[in-house]
Design a protein around this ligand. Structure first.
Ligand SMILES: [Zn+2]
Length: 44
């Protein structure tokens, strides 16, 4: 089993560019069986 621990003091890196994420942007994508969201940093 893997434990889940919240860490507010570290910032994740954007998966598309090497920037540390301060703010997360998203776009909604409508697909056949529901909705999904695309997440990216404000630099992208
Ligand atoms: Zn980015």
């Amino acid at each position: 089993m893997i434990e889940l621990t919240e860490k507010d003091e570290v910032k994740p890196l954007c998966p598309y560019c090497p920037a540390a994420i301060d703010e997360l942007w998203f776009q909604q994508v409508r697909i056949f069986f529901g909705r999904r969201y695309v997440y990216f940093c404000s630099i992208c």
